[in-house]
Design a protein. Structure first.
Length: 169
């Protein structure tokens, strides 16, 4: 009887501690573009959603010498890419997509190629409205294309295989 009370108390304490330090920002659909030998830079993409106003102020990875938050935008008919020196605003409750051709994480001076179907470690640094910083460590899947596209291509290619088999004589 005594043992179970301690166990329940310990479990309750753990749950409270976890909720007290709950991450303000959630990350979904994260992926990084696979690279080939000799390619020294790539992009990482994801959707960020903050419960309370925050900013993505930094990013790092042991796989890259330099990691920055970038924005791609049209400037007089020319697509330009530049680092965001003040970070990326994450308005409360609004999903902010980091995607090709828009905001993204740029990994440069890669130490080795990022192989398809592997993962790359990323640490995101956020800052809340009070200036308090927090870090979120991720293992981001490496892919040749966005995760949603993979599923469609996979279905399409297996469907194509069946068609190919049907037409064989």
């Amino acid at each position: 009887m005594r043992f179970s009370k301690h166990l329940i108390a310990a479990a309750f304490t753990t749950v409270c501690a976890a909720s007290a330090f709950a991450q303000n920002v959630t990350v979904t659909d994260a992926w990084a573009r696979a690279t080939v030998t000799g390619q020294k830079a790539t992009g990482a993409f994801m959707t960020l959603k903050a419960k309370d106003n925050a900013k993505l102020v930094g990013v790092s990875s042991p796989a890259a010498g330099v990691a920055e938050i970038h924005e791609m935008k049209m400037d007089k008919d020319v697509m330009k890419m530049a680092a965001l020196p003040n970070g990326l605003d994450l308005p409360a409750g609004k999903a902010v997509a980091l995607k090709p051709g828009s905001f993204h994480v740029m990994l440069m001076d890669l130490k080795a190629p990022l192989a398809k179907d592997s993962t790359v470690p990323l640490t995101l640094t956020f800052q809340d409205a009070k200036g308090v910083k927090s870090k979120l460590e991720l293992k981001v899947p490496v892919s040749a294309q966005p995760p949603m596209m993979q599923g469609m291509n996979h279905d399409h290619s297996s469907h194509g295989d069946h068609n190919h088999g049907d037409h064989k004589h």
